[in-house]
Write a protein that binds this ligand. Structure first.
Ligand SMILES: NC(=O)C1=CN([C@@H]2O[C@H](COP(=O)(O)OP(=O)(O)OC[C@H]3O[C@@H](n4cnc5c(N)ncnc54)[C@H](OP(=O)(O)O)[C@@H]3O)[C@@H](O)[C@H]2O)C=CC1
Ligand SMILES: O=C(O)C1=NCCCC1
Length: 339
């Protein structure tokens, strides 16, 4: 038996296993289903910093009482194109699901809708939140802030979260074009993975507790911080995400919440914003063809690949052969599920 691919699960089998873990740790049926599908999709698509790697963090956070797995999101219809959700200290993805029908209705009616989620915990990749809108022919943007671990450009104090931005659009003849990127030079999850596997970071990604440049992931995690991607430009994007995901929604800034009384807590308690647009309202009947044309031109101009291509290639293999899990990882998941 090789350590690398001891077990292969179908997507449905992995969802079932993860759902059992969430249920066993106090998450409601609806939320467990949504979170399990989200996490399994990340693993299936090779988003390894936010797939099953995150399950111990979900479990320790639930055990700490920091997140409310039973929270019932409150959906508020507050303007023709504006939906607000109070996630009430629960996870962001079930809040999105609760708001989805109203958001889709508003996009249909008005061509655009903003969804502002507050008092929510987001511990995953962002692409699973936006891709389904594009699969329905809509353009979607989302922003979420996390926990203070990124110094503003030239600064000394960690203030921003790793604050990803995701964008999804339909395109003709192909799956949606989606990108999903942190505004830090590297996601916090990848720093944790580098520390676990003994890999160095790249220069320019992190600083140690004294603010000195370091490539040691452990020094970043032990009181150090990350840098924004692209210097002042990434710093401004991180700042924008704080404004959209927190100030505008009524959620916490990345530096504002205090989880110190909840040992084991790992999920940021912040907010999330979505902007969903019906491209048909632009009046260009060939919108999807134009997007496809542009994507082709980017490749023709010499870019190796487009965002999402790697995920779709990994997904295709997983759909054919199953999702590979190390034996020890599978055993740990079973233990979380069954005790
Ligand atoms: N919940 C939270 O608070 C946070 C979540 N995250 C999540 O962490 C994940 C990782 O973020 P990050 O490390 O910035 O992601 P990456 O830098 O790995 O990738 C960012 C985007 O660029 C694409 N991409 C990567 N390499 C190339 C390339 N050579 N050519 C073209 N496109 C490329 C990726 O597509 P592909 O996927 O196909 O490789 C992806 O869409 C994200 O899913 C993000 O949502 C990050 C921060 C906080
Ligand atoms: O990888 C990251 O960065 C984060 N992911 C989940 C939430 C905390 C930050």
């Amino acid at each position: 038996m090789t350590e690398q691919s001891d077990v292969k699960l179908t997507y449905a089998e992995l969802v079932g296993l993860l759902e059992a873990i969430f249920l066993r740790h106090g998450v409601s049926g609806d939320a467990a289903r949504v979170l399990a599908a989200n996490c399994a999709a990340c693993e299936r698509d090779g988003s390894f910093s936010h797939g099953i790697f995150r399950m111990p963090g979900y479990v320790s956070t639930l055990n700490s009482g920091w997140v409310d797995g039973q929270a019932l999101p409150l959906v508020e219809d507050c303007a023709p194109s504006f939906v607000r959700v109070d996630a009430k200290g629960g996870f962001a993805q079930p809040a999105l699901e609760a708001a989805r029908p109203l958001v889709l209705d508003k996009v249909k009616q008005n061509g655009i809708a903003v969804l502002a989620i507050r008092r929510s915990h987001h511990f995953s990749a962002l692409w699973p939140d936006v891709e389904p809108f594009a699969e329905q022919g809509l353009v979607a943007l989302s922003f979420v802030n996390s926990m203070a671990c990124v110094v503003p450009q030239g600064g000394k104090k960690a203030l921003f979260g790793t604050n990803p931005v995701a964008f999804a659009t339909p395109r003709k003849g192909r799956p949606p074009f989606v990108f999903d990127q942190a505004s830090s030079a590297i996601a916090h999850g990848d720093v944790q993975i580098a520390a676990r596997e003994g890999h160095a970071l790249k220069p320019g990604q992190g600083v140690d507790r004294d603010g000195q440049p370091t490539t040691d992931p452990k020094a970043v995690l032990d009181g150090g911080a990350l840098l924004p991607f692209g210097g002042h430009k990434g710093s401004s994007i991180a700042l924008m995400v704080e404004i959209l995901a927190a100030a505008l929604t009524g959620g916490h800034f990345s530096w504002e919440f205090d989880w110190s009384a909840h040992e084991g807590a790992q999920t940021p308690f912040t907010g999330q914003l979505f902007i969903i647009i019906d491209p048909e309202r632009g009046g260009n009947a060939s919108f999807e063809a134009r997007v496809s044309q542009l994507c082709d031109m980017v490749l023709e101009a010499g870019q190796d690949r487009l965002p999402g291509d790697r995920r779709h290639a990994i997904r295709a293999v997983a759909e054919k052969d199953g999702i590979p899990l190390k034996g020890e990882t599978y055993a740990r998941l079973k233990q979380f599920a069954e005790g």
